[in-house]
Design a protein around this ligand. Structure first.
Ligand code: NFA
Length: 101
């Protein structure tokens, strides 16, 4: 008989879920100047003038627009910084985050 003991092992299955991504959403308002919204989008979200214009116009027409999708902490930091940029100028500009489905 063999001296090698074989221990049965049950390997625990560890399901690793990839971290959720978060949308940053730009909300329309009646006061923030269009060009200011575009400037904030370019500065905080590294958009070109053309990309920023499209997002700004979409939010203006529909009420809101997804600006981009990021890891949670990055989405929250960008939304906060962009909202604060408006507030610092007295504008009600608002960016929020929400998890992707
Ligand atoms: N609705 C604003 C205006 O006409 C522009 C705006 C667009 C503000 C998108 C906020 C978001 N001055």
């Amino acid at each position: 008989m063999s001296d090698i003991a074989i221990k049965p092992r049950i390997k625990a299955e560890t399901k690793i879920e990839r971290p959720r991504l978060y949308k940053v959403i730009l909300h329309n308002d009646d006061f923030t100047p269009r060009e200011f919204v575009v400037a904030v989008l370019m500065a905080e979200f590294n958009m070109t003038d053309g990309q920023a214009h499209k997002v700004m116009i979409t939010a203006d027409r529909l009420g809101s627009c997804v600006v981009g999708v990021f890891a949670r902490d990055i989405a929250e930091t960008k939304a906060t910084r962009a909202t604060d940029a408006g507030r610092s100028m007295g504008f009600p500009l608002l960016f929020t985050t929400e998890p992707e489905e």
